[in-house]
Design a protein around this ligand. Structure first.
Ligand code: PMV
Length: 302
């Protein structure tokens, strides 16, 4: 049996700016302490085992292609590795599970290959980008950034690489609830691109308005001005409705969270299904409020 190597990657949620970030506007996201842990070792024959909170996960064609593309960057192949993956976030729900897996696997693979320093980091980044390219169409790279860890951050796409700024925030409770089956991020991004082509001026003003919300949200988050932050989340949700990525179920879940006392709520990620994020204190009965929609995860961040 080969030596066992372990890598970790973090999940994430987007606080402000999804979709607009694809078009160069800033976004604000949080790395979660939870995500994916990968253990791998060289083996005589291929072995794959993956477990999510919902049970074992068979490697579908997309996972197979993404993992193959990633391992290729290390000169490794699925044929002679034993890989064990554990997720402690829901899969395919807009919480960055694919990027968390990619970063965890790339970190483990880099150690297995004995890489160090800048070469290690460079190889990890290109391998993760190759894997994420399989899962997402025109991806901004925000999921990858979050998967490396590090709390709240502002992210802006630039031609010469992303601009990333860490944001210090006072602690608060955040709730994430997967309320509907997820849509494909690539399809949702493509849908926005189509509608933008038809109404470029309108979409530019939606994206600008989302950028203003993100800037104001960064200030509110840094100050711990939770009332204001909640209002801005609601405003971002209204703008996400305008660009056509919310759904009646996502809207209803946001309303249910607000009625139960949340300061603000919005979809998080690509939309079309998936998760909402709500800001509320620990006493707010969020699990009861969203019981009709599914499970609710509470995170105290940072
Ligand atoms: O991967 P998701 O579902 O969390 O969505 C990522 C956010 C988008 O802005 C919709 C796409 C992107 O690449 O930034």
């Amino acid at each position: 049996m080969g030596e066992l190597f372990t890598g970790r990657g973090c999940g994430k949620f987007i606080v402000f700016g999804e979709h607009a970030v694809v078009y160069g506007r800033p976004a604000l996201a949080a790395s979660l302490p939870q995500g994916a842990v990968v253990q791998l070792r060289r083996a005589a024959s291929p072995q794959w085992h993956a477990e999510s909170p919902a049970g074992p996960l068979a490697p579908n064609d997309q996972v197979h292609r993404a993992v193959t593309a990633l391992l290729d960057h290390f000169g490794l192949s699925l044929d002679n590795l034993a890989i064990d993956v554990g997720f402690d976030i829901p899969i395919g729900a807009g919480l960055g599970s694919s990027a968390a897996l990619a970063v965890a696997l790339a970190r483990g693979a880099a150690d297995l290959c004995g890489l160090t320093g800048d070469e290690r980091q460079g190889r990890i980044e290109s391998a993760v980008a190759a894997s994420e390219a399989v899962f997402h169409g025109k991806a901004s790279g925000i999921d990858q950034q979050a998967a490396y860890g590090g709390g709240f951050f502002r992210f802006q796409r630039r031609a010469d690489g992303p601009l990333v700024e860490a944001i210090a925030a006072p602690p608060h409770r955040w709730y994430i609830a997967p309320v509907a089956p997820s849509a494909s991020t690539a399809d949702m991004v493509a849908g926005v691109a189509d509608r933008r082509r038809e109404s470029p001026t309108e979409f530019a003003s939606y994206f600008d308005a989302i950028a203003e919300v993100t800037d104001a949200g960064q200030t509110a988050l840094g100050r711990g001005d939770w009332q204001r932050l909640g209002q801005l989340m609601d405003r971002n949700q209204a703008l996400l409705q305008s660009i056509g990525v919310s759904t009646p179920v996502l809207d209803k879940a946001c309303e249910a969270a607000r009625s139960a006392g949340a300061l603000g709520a919005k979809l998080t990620g690509a939309g079309g299904g998936g998760c909402i994020v709500a800001l509320a204190d620990a006493e707010t009965p969020m699990a009861d409020a969203l019981a009709d929609f599914g499970p609710v995860y509470a995170f105290d961040l940072p």
